[in-house]
Design a protein around this ligand. Structure first.
Ligand code: TXA
Ligand code: MG
Length: 329
């Protein structure tokens, strides 16, 4: 792996882009301070320029290169970093002049995190600069949680994919902004639900999960339709309401394939895939979500019918991704 890390860093140094593993999903990396390299990321993903990238630092010290932490929120930024970095928490902060406007889509702020993946951090250390990296999928599609999924999305468009195995978390990082409103506790707004849950963040402030993010012009990129398979995905708050059309092939994306949920046996499903076949745990479901979506997308179905999961803890992020993947009428 050492040689692969050196090769990745050398390509990044030369202004190239490389797909790299993180603990959440695979990222498509570029030197964050090289605008030409960052432009290649947008081109390979066919990503619109209004959707800003996350900047990854390999040590807390590097934060000062990319962000200016306002004094009033510095203590909570430090506590959150202490608790969750390296890890799947992204904090939006005012950017420094060093960060090209292309990275932030012209916003005065930058989204920053320190990845928990050792391979990723070692590439960053070898490069000696922060790394801008969105998820390594084509725009609007399912985020890749394995090197083979990256290859299916971007193979032929990028010079190198580093295979670090399956991603530990399987869902993109939790994104937050922080405000000090002169109240007792700072306000933590969750712009994108993810592996770090509301319950975990509550130790550090008052937490609000932003619901109607798509309508907020100051938060570009949180597009309502995202993470979508090519096969239509149908979401029913009550799956028993689903009425199949005759002659069509349907697959059920089930949380735990519980036959007690009457509809599982009732329909003639082409396939039933369980998110958490083991113990019915949300962690397992989160890790497997994009993998299973991809699998079902390749199964030649007319539609995927998704069963809801309970919206507590990690279930909030899972439901967020399912709703955005769902076909809108
Ligand atoms: O886990 C992750 O966060 C993965 C890995 C690779 O780190 N990255 C990822 O990046 O999910 P991406 O580009 O797929 O999603 C990043 C999102 C953007 O769509 C945008 O909504 C938000 O981060 N974002 C970036 N900069 C922002 C900013 N300055 N203010 C608000 N939101 C921002
Ligand atoms: Mg993405």
């Amino acid at each position: 792996m050492k040689a692969a890390i050196r090769e990745a860093a050398a390509l990044l140094e030369a202004g190239e882009i490389v797909a790299v593993p993180t603990e959440t999903v695979y990222g498509l990396a570029a030197d964050a301070f090289n605008a030409d390299a960052v432009a290649k990321v947008f081109a390979a993903k066919e990503r619109p320029a209004f959707d800003p990238l996350i900047v990854h630092i390999s040590s807390f010290k590097e934060l000062a290169d990319v962000a200016e932490v306002p004094e009033d929120i510095a203590p909570v930024v430090k506590s959150l970093a202490g608790a969750f970095w390296p890890g799947p928490l992204t904090i939006v902060l005012p950017k420094t002049a060093k960060v090209p406007d292309l990275v932030t889509s012209g916003l005065p702020t930058v989204a920053v995190r320190q990845s928990g993946n050792v391979i990723f951090r070692n590439i960053g250390k070898a490069l000696g600069r922060p790394i801008a990296a969105p998820s390594a999928n084509r725009f609007g599609r399912i985020s890749p949680t394995s090197a083979s999924a990256v290859d299916k999305e971007l193979g032929g468009r990028i010079p190198l994919i580093i295979d670090g195995g399956a991603c530990r978390d399987g869902l993109e990082s939790t994104i937050v902004t922080i405000e000090d409103r002169g109240e007792q506790r700072p306000l933590i707004r969750v712009l994108r639900a993810g592996p770090i849950t509301k319950e975990e963040l509550q130790k550090f402030g008052k937490v609000i999960i932003e619901k109607k993010i798509a309508e907020r012009p100051d938060v570009p990129g949180q597009l309502e339709s995202h993470y979508a398979p090519r096969t239509p995905l149908l979401m029913f708050e009550k799956p028993e309401d689903f009425v199949p059309e005759p002659g069509k092939k349907y697959g059920l994306l089930s949380y735990r394939g519980d036959p007690k949920a009457g509809y599982i046996d009732r329909h003639d499903w082409e396939t039933v895939e369980e998110l958490s076949p083991g113990s019915g745990k949300l962690i397992e479901a989160a890790v497997r979500l994009f993998f299973v979506m991809r699998l079902m997308d390749e199964a030649g179905l007319d539609a995927i019918v998704a069963e809801p999961v309970s919206e507590t803890g990690l279930g909030v992020a899972i439901m967020d991704r399912l709703r955005r993947a769902a076909t809108k009428d």
